[in-house]
Ligand binder design. Structure first.
Ligand code: CMC
Length: 392
């Protein structure tokens, strides 16, 4: 037996080195390739950020044009995959559909599964970024029983996604540019977040040499949990359950109770112990969207604002350094846009795909790449003899 460092939850273990994303949790700082998230979310847009995450720097206009045209060329999915969607029950959770469909991409696109071929890696990268909005929108349409809407390559990435989700053949649908901007910002704010649980899952899956679609499907499965990407759905459900501001103290008391496992969803972060810089931008975006849609008096938002105020004023949350995280506000925006809560995590998954893929690429380029193989501290029985069943 060897001597191992015991670090459940990996609170002090670096699993890799990386040049993609930097987080200073004490300062509330998040940089992608050195660029602050506030600037990226304010001045840039998602596909530009994707390029920087994937290739190291922001693109020149020629590079961006080429990248955008590549992505838009791959937005459709293989028509045969439609049958795959149809195999699911209509009431399936869209995350279940996405996990299955993305995993199945390795059966439909096996000409881009050879990880040792740089060209195939690149094609898989573009395919995943291009097709993820189509897959997420189809998962949505399927569960609401509406016809699938094909991608439109004349629209930008976020507008195309909104169009695939909300247009129907019976009537004209024009994407509101303010909503498209807010959608793009949600994508940007979720694009990458260094070695979180789903990204670590992708890296661990990839360390065995698994194909990119299998690795991303593993990431989607991990993201689904309520302590991770599933928190945005859980947060909105919590706000609905609270219902009115006068019930907030009751829920705060439960979250503080040592004998109750209840937590305030959308609060707290493993790394950010001051504030989540993504939450600050998301809050501004939520204000803009709610103003546009004329729902400033949205009862959920009132509950959210009051909950934020009361929790921040409470010594329990201050001592434990629990602040609203990105999921606290994203849910409010998505709800106002008309998405059901079940689509919140799929939207996170489509946005995070670029982060997963960037980390996957970086890992494959690492000459020191080894299969991930944690050890354990065994605390079970010592060796003993097999006993015949009639003697037990
Ligand atoms: N409400 C009430 N108490 C909390 C909360 C919360 N949301 N989060 C942490 N605590 C308490 C926890 O009970 C513990 O108390 P004690 O020290 O007395 O045992 C202490 O704070 C530390 O918590 P922890 O679970 O050891 O911290 P962690 O770093 O392992 O967990 C977390 C981080 C994000 C999983 C956790 O804060 C949480 O469950 N938050 C709610 C879910 C959520 O919003 N998740 C989204 C995270 S951001 C987006 C993403 O990653 O996808």
């Amino acid at each position: 037996a060897g001597v191992f460092t015991y670090d459940p939850g990996f609170t002090s273990t670096a699993s890799c080195d990386s040049t993609i994303t930097f987080i200073d949790g004490d300062k509330g700082e998040l940089l992608h390739r050195g660029y602050p998230i506030e600037q990226l979310a304010g001045d840039s847009h998602y596909l530009e950020v994707c390029y920087a995450l994937l290739y190291g720097d922001l693109p020149s206009s020629a590079e961006l044009e080429k990248f955008e045209s590549l992505v838009t060329n791959h937005t459709m999915i293989h028509e045969q995959m439609v049958n795959f969607f149809r195999g699911f029950r209509r009431d399936a959770h869209p995350m279940a559909i996405m996990t299955g469909v993305v995993g199945a991409m390795s059966a439909f696109y096996h000409d881009s599964t050879d990880i040792n071929d740089p060209h195939q890696r690149e094609v898989a990268t573009i395919r995943l970024i291009a097709k993820m909005p189509t897959i997420a929108a189809m998962a949505y349409k399927y569960t609401v029983g509406q016809p699938f809407v094909y991608p439109r390559n004349d629209l930008d990435y976020a507008s195309n996604f909104l169009n695939m989700c909300f247009s129907v053949p019976a009537e004209d649908y024009n994407v509101n540019p303010i909503l498209a901007r807010a959608m793009d910002r949600i994508f940007t704010l979720h694009a990458d977040h260094e070695q979180n649980a789903s990204t670590s899952t992708v890296r661990l899956a990839s360390s065995s040499g698994a194909n990119p679609f299998a690795c991303i499907a593993a990431g989607i499965a991990c993201l689904w949990g309520p302590a991770h990407g599933g928190a945005n759905q859980a947060c909105l459900e919590m706000l609905k359950e609270i219902g009115t501001p006068d019930r907030i103290p009751e829920f705060i008391a439960r979250a503080k109770d040592k004998n109750d496992s209840y937590r305030l969803m959308g609060f707290g972060h493993r790394v950010y112990k001051n504030h989540d810089p993504r939450a600050t931008v998301m809050k501004q975006s939520a204000d803009e969207v709610l103003e546009l849609l004329g729902v400033e008096d949205n009862p959920l938002l009132q509950v959210a604002m009051e909950l934020e105020k009361q929790a921040l004023a409470d010594p329990y949350f201050a001592e434990k350094k629990l602040f609203p995280n990105v999921d606290f506000y994203s849910g409010i925006i998505l709800e106002a846009m008309g998405f059901p809560t079940s689509m919140f995590t799929p939207i996170f998954a489509l946005a995070r795909t670029v982060g997963w893929i960037s980390q996957w690429k970086e890992q494959l380029d690492d000459p020191q790449l080894k299969i991930g193989r944690p050890r354990q501290l065994y605390c079970g029985m010592t060796a003993r003899d097999y006993v015949d069943i009639e003697k037990r």
